[in-house]
Design a protein around this ligand. Structure first.
Ligand code: SF4
Length: 275
């Protein structure tokens, strides 16, 4: 059986950087707290827990004077302040692309723009970004949500880093009819889009495609749906031992693609299991 791995695939720059920072902190401090799961991959989180990572639901649960890791999604200035107040030693793993979205949210709102944020209001990245807004705002999932606002003088638009560019373009065109002035900062990160395009390309060249990544990972789910939509048989596993031999049988070439939070070691294990 021939195995072809999508390119690019797996860990994005921001998650890779966050894991490296976290591992250095664990080596130095032995125990590091993190608010929420630092990465949407249960196997990688378990590996880090074994090294001393402690995942908590919210900052109330962190004892004073402890090292605290800020994950790639970032946190709001309020949470940052509360951590500082309790003497936390903050290790910042915020992705620079998320940092840019946070900065633009603050800048546009200070410049008097009504801020429209394309994204999922329940996502931690959006919660963090909203903490930087200093004026009125609206979180939208698409152009239809813009109808909730009356005509406005100035609209500023930014996006959650993982949104689709086509949705942002539609939103911007819709906003043209709602404001005298529009300022857009395209804060979408290409990593997610590139991984989706790689699955689309690969799916047409193989007899089956295996998507590897956490079942709690939204971007991995998206890759799986793209693979399914191509019509090529698709399987979603978290790790190699979930491979189904019957599914593999009779397929000459298998493609592998991984979500932006799937570490290389899980991809390698999967490749080896298919040899
Ligand atoms: S998907 Fe993009 S914005 Fe999000 S962590 Fe990765 S590199 Fe950063």
């Amino acid at each position: 059986m021939k195995v072809v791995v999508a390119e690019p695939t797996g860990l994005c720059f921001g998650v890779k950087r966050a894991i490296r920072t976290m591992e250095e902190a664990l080596e130095e401090k032995g125990r590091v707290f993190c608010i929420g799961s630092p990465i949407h991959n249960p196997q990688e989180v378990q590996r880090l827990v074994d090294k001393g990572l402690v995942v908590v639901e919210d900052d109330d649960r962190i004892p004073p004077d402890e090292p605290v890791f800020v994950r790639a999604h970032g946190i709001s200035p309020d949470v940052h302040q509360r951590l500082q107040d309790k003497g936390a030693r903050i290790i910042d793993g915020t992705c620079p692309f998320v940092r840019k979205a946070q900065e633009m949210a603050g800048r546009l709102s200070r410049e008097g723009y009504y801020l429209v944020v394309l994204g999922d209001e329940n996502h931690p990245e959006i919660k963090g970004i909203l903490g930087y807004v200093e004026g009125p705002y609206l979180v939208v999932s698409g152009k239809k949500d813009l109808r909730a606002i009356d005509k406005i003088d100035k609209i500023g638009i930014i996006s959650q880093t993982t949104q689709q560019e086509s949705t942002l373009k539609e939103l911007v065109s819709e906003a043209v009819g709602s404001a005298r002035e529009i300022k857009v900062s395209n804060t979408i990160c290409r990593a997610t889009v590139e991984r989706q395009e790689a699955v689309r390309r690969l799916a047409y060249k193989v007899d089956g495609i295996v998507i590897i990544g956490g079942h709690n990972s939204a971007n991995t789910g998206k890759l799986f749906r793209i693979a399914q939509e191509s019509g090529t048989p698709a399987l979603w596993v978290e790790q190699a031992d979930q491979l189904d031999g019957r599914w593999l049988s009779g397929k000459g070439t298998i493609g592998i693609a991984a979500g932006a939070s799937t570490p290389d070691w899980l991809i390698k294990q999967l490749q080896q299991a298919m040899l």
